[in-house]
Design a protein around this ligand. Structure first.
Ligand SMILES: Nc1ncnc2c1ncn2[C@@H]1O[C@H](COP(=O)(O)OP(=O)(O)OP(=O)(O)O)[C@@H](O)[C@H]1O
Ligand SMILES: [Mg+2]
Length: 398
């Protein structure tokens, strides 16, 4: 049985396939940093399509004179058990920025590394008491508890100042914010996006890349880059597509050449996985190198091994609240549902329904058809898995 990774493998190069065009395009955008021009980029795409892997590979490929920062909002959200704040995001950014300068040995940067480390310690204890330090790289540091304005100013100015103070050693900063759709969980996501926008406008050496599991037409994408959104269409928008049939064939050939398909078997396999690498990998891991997979055998394996193939959703399902699960099973039962249909279905109040619909949208689990105003499950694999469990067990997974 082949073993393909179900997450991002520590050895990035070993399992990474293709995406040459995407990497080339992204590198071209980022190269503008050398000319003191910063591009802001928004990367969308289905869950499991390979956004995170692509970005980790991109950061890894960048030359040493470009510093990189990667933060994952879902990790912060998870640790805080769903209570996300601006301050937490900023603190995480600051800490990752600081790690990225750790190895740089110019005097000024070295000094600021230790100074920022002190600031971080204080932020954790909520003791913003750095009157003695005053400024780092010319940026004033937050002194009092909940001095959000100063904290944001400090964090947002830091990367540009680091480049400027590096004696030409560093040419730019690339900051990746993964699972950014969860920023929708802040009380005021618009204000947060506008805050970032206000700094990026004047910084030619810092590029932000926002990415997450959200469709290119979702509300959160509107908020950040729509006509009325903070970046008002100025962000470069980039959708990561699943592998085409051709690419899927070469992927299988390269990574798991022992699995044999008939033409009809391959077609079925592509239908089930839709070329999404997460499913290609989890499906292949259930297959054997003996015999040939025809359509019938692929279908049989798909249903028999569904728990393994849909493992990505089983993990997410485990993190959802009872209310979120009830909304999802209602949608699975009744097909796409409008707000009023949902309200009749669920056993809790309107207010609770509104709240959890938002949460599910921000998690990239459901989406709203804009014209029909109906809620639908974002990924058919989740729907198929839930239906399948209900058919077999007589109830939806707890
Ligand atoms: N270019 C690729 N080559 C080989 N494997 C890939 C590639 N892209 C993604 N994968 C595999 O697919 C799975 C999902 O990738 P990844 O986590 O990057 O997706 P994602 O789009 O970030 O998903 P999510 O929206 O859930 O965060 C991983 O197991 C990864 O190893
Ligand atoms: Mg990801």
């Amino acid at each position: 049985m082949p073993i393909l990774p179900l997450g991002i493998p520590p050895d990035l190069e070993k399992f990474f396939f293709n995406r040459e065009r995407e990497l080339k395009e992204l590198k071209t955008f980022l190269n503008a940093l050398y000319e003191n021009v910063s591009q802001q980029i928004l990367i969308t795409g289905y869950r499991g399509v390979g956004k995170t892997y692509l970005l980790k590979k991109l950061l890894n490929d960048l030359p040493d004179d470009i510093l990189t920062v990667y933060i994952d909002i879902s990790k912060i959200y998870g640790i805080q058990k769903g209570k996300l704040t601006e301050e937490l995001i900023l603190r995480n950014l600051l800490s990752s920025m600081n790690s990225s300068i750790k190895e740089i040995d110019t005097g000024t940067i070295k000094k600021s590394y230790s100074a920022v480390k002190n600031v971080l310690g204080g932020l954790k204890l909520k003791k913003y008491n750095f009157k003695a330090a005053g400024r780092i790289l010319g940026i004033s540091i937050p002194e009092v508890e909940d001095d959000y304005e100063k904290l944001s100013h400090f964090v947002m100015e830091l990367p540009q100042r680091i480049v400027e103070s590096s004696d030409e050693k560093i040419k730019g900063f690339v900051i990746v914010i993964d699972e950014f759709q969860l920023i929708g969980q802040l009380e005021n996501p618009d204000a947060f996006f506008w805050m970032i926008r206000s700094y990026t406008q004047e910084q030619g050496r810092v590029s932000y890349i926002f990415t997450g599991s959200t469709s290119k037409m979702s509300e959160i994408v509107e908020k950040i880059n729509g006509a009325q959104g903070a970046f008002g269409g100025r962000m470069i928008q980039f959708n990561v597509e699943p592998f085409s049939e051709e690419k899927t064939k070469s992927y299988l050939q390269e990574k798991v050449s022992g699995i044999k398909f008939s033409d009809d078997g391959f077609r079925r396999f592509y239908e089930c996985t839709r070329g999404i690498p997460a499913y290609l990998n989890s499906f292949c891991n259930t297959m054997s190198e003996e015999g040939t997979y025809n359509g019938e055998k692929v279908k049989k394996t798909f249903f028999e091994k569904m728990d393994q193939i849909a493992v990505m959703w089983i993990r997410i399902w485990g993190t959802l609240s009872e209310n979120e699960k009830e909304i999802l099973t209602s949608i699975v039962e009744g097909g796409p549902l409008s707000w009023s249909e949902l309200e009749r279905q669920v056993t809790f109040s309107k207010g609770t329904l509104a709240k959890y619909l938002d949460v599910l949208k921000n998690k990239g689990v459901i989406s709203l058809y804009p014209v029909e105003r109906k809620y639908t499950i974002e990924d058919i694999m989740l729907k198929t898995w839930l239906k399948h469990r209900n058919e077999i067990d007589g109830y939806y997974p707890p």
